[in-house]
Design a protein around this ligand. Structure first.
Ligand SMILES: [Zn+2]
Length: 127
């Protein structure tokens, strides 16, 4: 289900002086689009909004419209550590996957270097 977010001008904004309560300049609506593309008014389903199940918004009042996501995905920095053990031996921890450049690791996918650094890693900072 694709939800869209519409920011619309509040039709009451122009006559806000007549109200005792605060009249916001814009309203933000999130819902499923019910009307066809380009239709006027734009019709949104707004299931969570009190007594209304849908909301009609005059196209001229629409200030912006975009796809809505609960939370934009957070980019996670890839976690990568490299330890130089020797001139041509280095141990890499790449998002939790350990590897080593030595022949032992190449053939057996384990070696004393990884074992050693794994143990250190655990002791030092990661319980
Ligand atoms: Zn190794």
């Amino acid at each position: 289900m694709t939800q869209i977010q519409i920011i619309a001008k509040n039709p009451l904004w122009n006559s806000r002086d007549r109200y005792k309560v605060h009249v916001p300049e814009t309203h933000t609506y999130v819902g499923e689009q019910l009307s066809a593309k380009g239709a006027d008014p734009v019709c949104l389903s707004v299931a969570d909004e009190g007594e209304f199940t849908e909301r009609k918004i005059a196209r001229k009042d629409v200030l912006s419209c975009k796809q809505y996501r609960e939370s934009d995905p957070v980019e996670v920095e890839p976690e990568r550590h490299t330890w130089i053990v020797d001139d041509d031996i280095w141990v890499i921890r790449d998002n939790g996957n350990w590897s080593c450049s030595c022949w032992g690791f190449y053939f057996h996918e384990k070696c004393r270097h990884v074992r050693e650094y794994k143990a250190k890693w655990k002791d030092e900072n990661h319980g």
